[in-house]
Write a protein that binds this ligand. Structure first.
Ligand SMILES: Nc1ncnc2c1ncn2[C@@H]1O[C@H](COP(=O)(O)OP(=O)(O)OP(=O)(O)O)[C@@H](O)[C@H]1O
Length: 212
């Protein structure tokens, strides 16, 4: 993390077994910007995002990231058998232990933040539904709301080619642009031309190498 970049990765190499998926990839995500991560199927985009988020370790290379990173995927690791509601998943964003106890907002303020985020991602009506019953796109929006509640400094989204309708994609684009305007660094894997056109920066991967 530097004054200019929220996240900085250097020389990332990653292989599944012996199959190389990322080769010497550098990434800078500046504060206050949206970066589109583009490239053909199988280029290594999802693997890169998982490494940037810290849920996967590169065999070589380093990632400097701030404390609060939100990884927004459609299939988060919440077991379907776990009876959590949408609201509870979003409220997990208030569990930060990094803020000293006396500086943490009170219960009512936390509840208001959760309500506001649910409304922003258009899930207020589904707040008491079990999380496991949501569609992929709805789960993704719930995870985004969790990151908003947490006040994440970096948002990493893995948006598959299909799965979100046009209105939902437009809404997500707006929310991400707002998060960047508030100072966060946002990176979004996308096959969507509008997302690529509207991004401040584009990172292109092909065959596991950066080509742009
Ligand atoms: N768990 C895994 N085990 C083995 N190989 C994998 C695994 N996950 C991905 N791969 C392979 O790694 C390569 C990169 O996959 P990755 O999902 O990172 O690409 P992607 O650019 O996100 O693709 P898409 O646009 O299709 O989502 C592909 O060849 C894929 O088959």
């Amino acid at each position: 993390m530097t004054r200019q970049n929220a996240l900085r990765a250097r020389g990332l190499h990653f292989s599944y077994d012996r199959c190389e998926v990322l080769h010497d990839v550098d990434v800078d995500l500046p504060w206050g910007t949206v970066t589109a991560i583009a490239g053909p199927n199988g280029a290594g985009k999802s693997t890169l995002v998982e490494i940037l988020a810290g849920v996967r370790r590169p065999q070589l290379g380093s990632v400097d990231r701030p404390d609060e990173v939100a990884l927004v995927v459609q299939r988060p690791a919440v077991p379907d058998s776990l009876p959590v509601t949408v609201r509870e998943v979003v409220a997990m964003g208030t569990w930060s232990t990094r803020t000293p106890r006396r500086e943490r907002p009170g219960r009512a303020a936390r509840g208001a933040r959760v309500d506001e985020s649910l409304r922003l991602v258009d899930l207020a009506d589904l707040a008491s539904r079990p999380f496991s019953t949501l569609s992929g796109g709805q789960r993704q929006r719930a995870m985004l709301a969790q990151g908003l509640v947490r006040g994440a400094q970096v948002f990493l989204l893995d948006e598959p080619a299909a799965g979100l309708d046009a209105a939902s994609r437009a809404r997500t684009r707006r929310l991400l642009a707002d998060a960047a305007r508030d100072g966060a660094a946002v990176a979004c894997v996308t096959h969507d031309d509008a997302s690529i056109d509207e991004a401040d920066l584009v990172l292109r991967l092909e065959g596991g190498r950066r080509v742009g």
